[in-house]
Design a protein around this ligand. Structure first.
Ligand SMILES: Cc1cc2nc3c(=O)[nH]c(=O)nc-3n(C[C@H](O)[C@H](O)[C@H](O)COP(=O)(O)O)c2cc1C
Length: 307
């Protein structure tokens, strides 16, 4: 899986406005926006970025469009609802992937998260919406094809000075400001005799990669479930998805896509961008270690091979 990094544009120039780790730390899910439209020049930058970064690490092309209000016309967003969870957003990034493509949701997560970080650098707020958006309306406006799926959208705009009460409540309910402790997320596999998630990785043993893992830990995830687990085996960093029991089935019942696979793509984006920032070379490979996952909820996704 070799491809140019979202860290660079087609000409090989760095194109995120700031260092990825800075943008990752700046980002949060913004649910209260000031009603100010995004200026044309910024909309153009966002559209250029989308056009240059539409393919994920597994090779899926994500078809995307930025639907945004203009100074003269707020009608562009008419009917694109968020059930009241979001107020004042003046733009939405809508994306679709082929339904049948392998790893389509991981690629979707990766590609849209690069947009989130780019937008963060332009002082825009963002929030991923996988459940709380009127999917059928977005599908209509976006002209969704039969063989495509529209798993989530990103709401964007300029953050309001003050959060609404509902915004504060959602954050509190999802415990959005908290993350699982490092020891429960990152593991070491010194020999095959050990089990996958038996030995926590120390920061010292992780070396420079400790910063990479810190940035994965900051990633947004659906309902803040943080399903990513990473196991270091020598120069290989294996990414696993540890599903929340019943979550995908409950979501499927109400037509919501498999959010936790999207979360894994987002984690890959944070991992790869931070590694690039630190000058840590590597590439993605699917080479599952010959070790059984501890339970049926855990699935191997991909490995970062350093060097
Ligand atoms: C794939 C995905 C889907 C999400 N869907 C929603 C959603 O439908 N509504 C919502 O308000 N937040 C949604 N979120 C935002 C999460 O609740 C948020 O990322 C998490 O609580 C952590 O907070 P933070 O992003 O501020 O760090 C989603 C996040 C992800 C990654």
């Amino acid at each position: 899986m070799s491809r140019s990094s979202p860290w660079e544009d087609r000409a090989g120039e760095a194109c995120l406005v700031d260092a990825p780790s800075k943008l990752i730390q700046q980002r949060y899910s913004c649910r209260t926006y000031a009603n100010t439209p995004i200026p044309e020049t910024i909309r153009e930058q966002l559209r250029d970025f989308i056009a240059a970064h539409e393919t994920g690490p597994f090779g899926t092309r994500v078809r995307m469009a930025l639907i945004a209000a203009t100074q003269e016309d707020h009608q562009a967003l008419k009917g694109l609802g968020t059930y009241g969870f979001i107020s004042g957003a003046t733009g939405f990034l809508v994306g679709a992937v082929p339904e049948a493509a392998d790893a389509n949701l991981e690629d979707f997560g990766y590609v849209l998260e690069t947009f989130v970080l780019f937008a963060t650098g332009l002082e825009l707020g963002t929030v991923w919406l996988g459940g709380t958006f009127t999917k059928s309306r977005f599908a209509d406006v976006f002209d969704l094809a039969e063989d495509e799926m529209l798993p989530a959208v990103i709401a964007t705009g300029y953050p309001a000075d003050n959060r609404r009460g509902l915004d504060v409540l959602i954050r509190r309910q999802a415990k959005s400001d908290k993350r699982l402790p490092w020891e429960q997320l990152f593991f070491d596999l010194p020999s095959k005799a050990a089990g996958l998630f038996e030995r926590s990785l120390t920061r010292a043993a992780a070396g420079l990669y400790a910063q990479v893992l810190d940035m994965v830990r900051r990633a947004p995830s659906a309902s803040n479930k943080q399903p990513w687990r990473i196991v270091r085996q020598g120069d290989r960093w294996h990414l696993y998805l540890q599903r929340t029991w019943g979550y995908a089935a409950r979501n499927a019942l109400v037509g919501v896509a498999d959010m936790q696979r999207i979360d894994m793509g987002i984690a890959m984006c944070h991992f790869e961008l931070t590694a690039a920032e630190l000058g840590l070379a590597g590439h993605w490979e699917r080479s599952e270690p010959e070790l059984d996952p501890p339970d049926a909820l855990t699935a191997y996704v991909v490995s970062w091979v350093a060097g």
